[in-house]
Design a protein around this ligand. Structure first.
Ligand code: AMP
Length: 194
């Protein structure tokens, strides 16, 4: 199954993707993790991306497409994957569709995790204390939330129009939200079964 996970910064999609990876046996592909790795390794992409990430802005679409195309060429994605943090705007959603169509592996399911913005701020503050991410300061977070509203929120409608979107409420415990997502996926799998 090829799944796109959507949600605002702090919605818990990274946490859920990591759990779903174990439950479903599918690779969790987080573009944020790929980029932070590239920054730590000081690769050319990492050097280009660092200042952009630290400002809370989006890394250019062509760079992201190269990164995701390279990742999807790896053998572990043949059985499916969980995308977390990509696509982040409409241009990326369209590029991803074109790429996956070329590969004959279209998106099966998009899941939007909805959370109240107040909860998001509290979760990010907690994550900042635990992980020490350089882009988890209050000012950068505010900027990332604005970019999410302007650029990423339309991606939710994009998948809704394609009939691929399910929304889940992300406000319960981690385990409750996981069970909600698993039940959505198993219902769809049953629906798709011959
Ligand atoms: P995340 O871990 O998904 O919150 O991503 C952290 C940062 O990496 C974002 O604020 C962006 O600067 C960058 N980033 C991650 N994914 C993308 C993407 N699909 N397009 C552009 N920039 C991205």
């Amino acid at each position: 199954m090829r799944i796109v996970l959507l949600g605002a910064p702090g919605s818990g999609k990274g946490t859920q993707a990591a759990l779903l990876e174990k439950h479903l046996g599918l690779p969790h592909i987080s573009t944020g993790v790929l980029l932070r790795h590239a920054v730590a390794e000081q690769t050319p992409i990492g050097q280009q991306a660092k200042a952009i990430i630290d400002r809370g802005e989006l890394v250019p679409d062509d760079v992201m497409l190269d990164l995701i195309e390279e990742r999807l060429a790896q053998a572990d994605t043949q059985q499916g994957f969980l995308l977390d943090g990509y696509p982040r705007n409409l241009a990326q959603a369209e590029s991803l569709d074109a790429l996956l169509e070329r590969l004959g592996r279209p998106v099966d399911e998009a899941i939007q995790i909805d959370v109240d913005p107040e909860q998001v701020i509290a979760r990010i503050e907690q994550r900042a204390a635990q992980e020490g991410r350089s882009d988890d300061t209050e000012e950068v977070l505010r900027h990332r939330m604005r970019i999410y509203q302007e650029q990423t929120a339309p991606v939710v409608d994009y998948y809704a129009r394609k009939g691929l979107l399910t929304r889940v409420l992300g406000e319960g415990s981690v385990e409750e939200v996981l069970q909600l997502i698993l039940s959505v996926l198993s219902m769809d799998e049953r629906g798709a079964a011959p």
